[in-house]
Design a protein around this ligand. Sequence first.
Ligand SMILES: Cc1cc2nc3c(=O)[nH]c(=O)nc-3n(C[C@H](O)[C@H](O)[C@H](O)COP(=O)(O)OP(=O)(O)OC[C@H]3O[C@@H](n4cnc5c(N)ncnc54)[C@H](O)[C@@H]3O)c2cc1C
Ligand code: FES
Length: 350
Amino acid sequence: MGHKVRFEPVGVEIDVEEDETILAAAFRQGLMLMHGCKEGQCSACKSFLLDGELDMERYSTFALADYEREEGYVLLCRAHAYSDLEVELINYDEDVLRSATPIVEALTEVAAVDALTHDVRRLLLRLLDPPEMAFTPGQYVDVTIPGTDQIRSFSMANTPSSAGELELLIKIYPGGRFSGLLDHDLGIGDRLQVKGPYGLCTLRPGSERDLIMVGGGAGLGPLLSLLRCLAESSSTREVTFYYGARTRRDLFYLDELAGLEERLSGLRFVPALSEPEAGDAWEGETGLVTDVVDAREPDLSDRDAYLCGPPPMVDAAVALFAVKGIPESRIHFDKFTASAEAAVAPTSHP
Ligand SMILES: Cc1cc2nc3c(=O)[nH]c(=O)nc-3n(C[C@H](O)[C@H](O)[C@H](O)COP(=O)(O)OP(=O)(O)OC[C@H]3O[C@@H](n4cnc5c(N)ncnc54)[C@H](O)[C@@H]3O)c2cc1C
Ligand code: FES
């Protein structure tokens, strides 16, 4: 059965079937609502139910606490409408709300799997059908784990100038259902189903402000896509890119980043090691990457911020940026949350 969902304060209305989530219905109709994990883990899609009846699939109470649910807050990625609804969007970005790139399902084949470090791999997928996928730098796709209906999200590190390929930087987790396949089970020519593009960690068309970026681990991927895009457009914006790793052996793509520093006169790359080893002979910044940003950047109020990587790093950086004067609306991030079935977070309902 179909219902109408009206979003306030933007005054946009969509049609929603009972068997689809409100977020999926919005994507289907070209509306790019705030989202992250799309499975009740991250709270990015949290909104307020003003009127009507809905029910929610299982979600993490880290994303939506029980008291918030009682007050009327809902997760749009888990919510199914059972009447016409009025929903207040808490976070939305008018610049990108109506500019969604159409979501497509695509068949790809593995073109390369390269080891970048002991636990990060570069998975290059070639699009077969359709042969290209439009996306905006900073976005991600959902990859279906072969032989299952489970998906994992991975951000593109390339730019749309190579729209026939998806370059994904993937951290290997021991026992990881998808990442665990990369070293032995996935080979050149193997087929993978992907769906996308998703995500809002993209450059805002209306802004020419200077940038600050913070990344950790495989979070380099989407930030690299943004930097490559800035280089392709010969941008003169200043960009300070702080990248956190544990030891010297966790750093990768240093040559490419040095090359980008040459092409982008405004780019400064600042790697920080949290646990440098004696043999690293490290002379750069040490400590948690957010502490390094805190020490080096007294005021960031004139910057746009981009963050990608492990959830604790993203949470710490978002809080730091607020203290340093960046309004919430100019802080863009993707938290690389674990998927719902792998997460250990408490869940609620049903
Ligand atoms: C929007 C978005 C974008 C993402 N982009 C990327 C990307 O570009 N590159 C990338 O490598 N990953 C990215 N991720 C994470 C990715 O989708 C997977 O969750 C991750 O690769 C683990 O999947 P898996 O199947 O290998 O492991 P699973 O089988 O899901 O989990 C195996 C084990 O690893 C642990 N684990 C899984 N993920 C994490 C985590 N994030 N932190 C701590 N422990 C964890 C699990 O708890 C479990 O014990 C992104 C996630 C989101 C939501
Ligand atoms: S997108 Fe809904 S909780 Fe993450």
